[in-house]
Design a protein around this ligand. Structure first.
Ligand SMILES: NC(=O)c1ccc[n+]([C@@H]2O[C@H](COP(=O)([O-])OP(=O)(O)OC[C@H]3O[C@@H](n4cnc5c(N)ncnc54)[C@H](O)[C@@H]3O)[C@@H](O)[C@H]2O)c1
Length: 355
């Protein structure tokens, strides 16, 4: 017997909305019934370009949410505009797949979680990095306890030149730069590996050395292209984090987890989740001898992590199950991001909000 169709609305018809559409189309029984974009004509153009004949176009997400037949939405708007459509959608009884970063501020993210709890609806955050087979292999090594008590973690990554444009570099649409845009992946991934510990204190900095120079000057960049932080976790471990959209270097090093029984080095130059894992190495002692094992990487990662993230969302909607990447879990990394920005402003170590 075929399953009841799941009817979806997409809010924000820009770049990533096309990836959502392509993934939804590969999940049997999913129908895209509505597309919304604040720019007049953009939703219609999206519907035409992708031949989504069954979809209606909207310019106001509240009108889309008034459609009773729509059960769930993808929020694909710029960071600052994740919050409003997500809260409105949840309170209208829809399940939400919200793109990363969860929101442009911790306060927005907390309201989104409250709305999900109040409405009893799924709020999942679009970190396809959690479905990367090699990131998951690394997580399984950590969870297995092979590293012993973890006392030091290093993560992040960067690009030599990779500053985006458009809505990503303006404060009123993005709210922040490299830290929010790509730093969120590494922080979410590493906290997920560690079982989502709370962070207690953060000493952070941000910089924008490339914003004022050609070829970037013309883009009117208003946000940071680099961030780094020293984060104390409730477990007693310390996390060193760094992220760059651009830098005069080809790498910020590897991700590293050091425990009293072993160490795990993850070579992922773009950060955990931004560009994939190239090498995984496990260091430990065997009979008192230091040994070093290179773990075999997944040769192919099918279905692709992006398709898995959409597939898991739909499965949760169908089963009235738990959010695959629940908003309340992601609050922990949002609290670190919030403290990094505050510390960068104050020039002091800051207390992390309890979430
Ligand atoms: N998971 C991933 O791999 C991935 C990749 C790229 C982008 N993203 C995330 O997706 C989000 C969107 O990125 P993008 O590249 O598609 O940006 P984009 O600027 O190309 O598209 C955003 C669209 O949202 C529309 N919009 C803005 N406010 C709106 C509102 N209130 N209601 C309806 N539409 C609205 C804009 O007009 C625009 O068309 C960002 O937060 C980004 O971080 C995720």
């Amino acid at each position: 017997m075929s399953e009841k169709p799941v009817r979806i609305g997409i809010i924000g018809a820009g770049g990533i909305a096309s990836a959502h559409l392509a993934a939804y189309r590969q999940v049997p029984g999913v129908q895209i019934r509505a597309v919304c974009d604040v720019v007049a004509g953009k939703a219609e153009e999206f519907i035409r370009r992708h031949a989504v004949e069954e979809a209606e176009a909207f310019t106001d997400h509240r009108r889309l949410l008034a459609e009773d037949s729509i059960e769930a939405v993808s929020v694909c708007t710029p960071h600052q505009f994740h919050h409003r459509p997500t809260v409105d959608a949840l309170l209208a009884g829809k399940h939400v797949m919200c793109e990363k970063p969860m929101a442009a501020s911790l306060a927005q993210a907390m309201e989104m979680v409250e709305a999900a709890e109040r409405a009893g609806r799924i709020l999942t955050i679009g970190f396809q990095s959690r479905y990367d087979a090699n990131v998951d292999l690394a997580r399984r090594v950590v969870v297995s306890g092979q590293l012993g008590a973890i006392y030091y973690v290093e993560t992040g990554g960067g690009r030599r030149r990779g500053i985006p444009g458009g809505s990503f570099v303006k404060r009123d649409t993005a709210g922040g730069g490299a830290l929010l845009d790509i730093g969120c992946y590494s922080l979410d991934t590493v906290l997920h590996m560690l079982g989502h510990p709370r962070a207690l204190r953060v000493a952070g900095m941000t910089a924008a050395p490339f914003a004022g120079r050609p070829p970037y000057r013309e883009r009117g960049i208003e946000v940071e292209d680099f961030a780094a932080a020293w984060v104390r976790l409730e477990t007693g471990a310390t996390l060193l984090f760094k992220i760059a959209w651009a830098m005069h270097a080809d790498s910020l090093g590897t991700s590293l987890l050091l425990g009293d029984e072993g160490g795990l080095r993850i070579e992922a130059p773009g950060g955990l989740g931004d560009a994939g894992v190239r090498r995984l190495e496990l260091f430990h002692d065997m009979g008192g001898m230091p040994v070093h094992t290179e773990l075999p990487l997944a040769r192919s990662d099918e279905p692709r992590p992006f398709l898995r993230k959409i597939g898991h969302f739909i499965a949760a909607v169908r089963s009235h199950g738990q959010a695959p990447i629940p908003g309340h879990q992601v609050l922990r990394s949002m609290a670190i991001i919030d403290a990094i920005y505050r510390s960068a402003q104050s020039g002091r170590e800051e207390v992390v909000a309890t979430v």
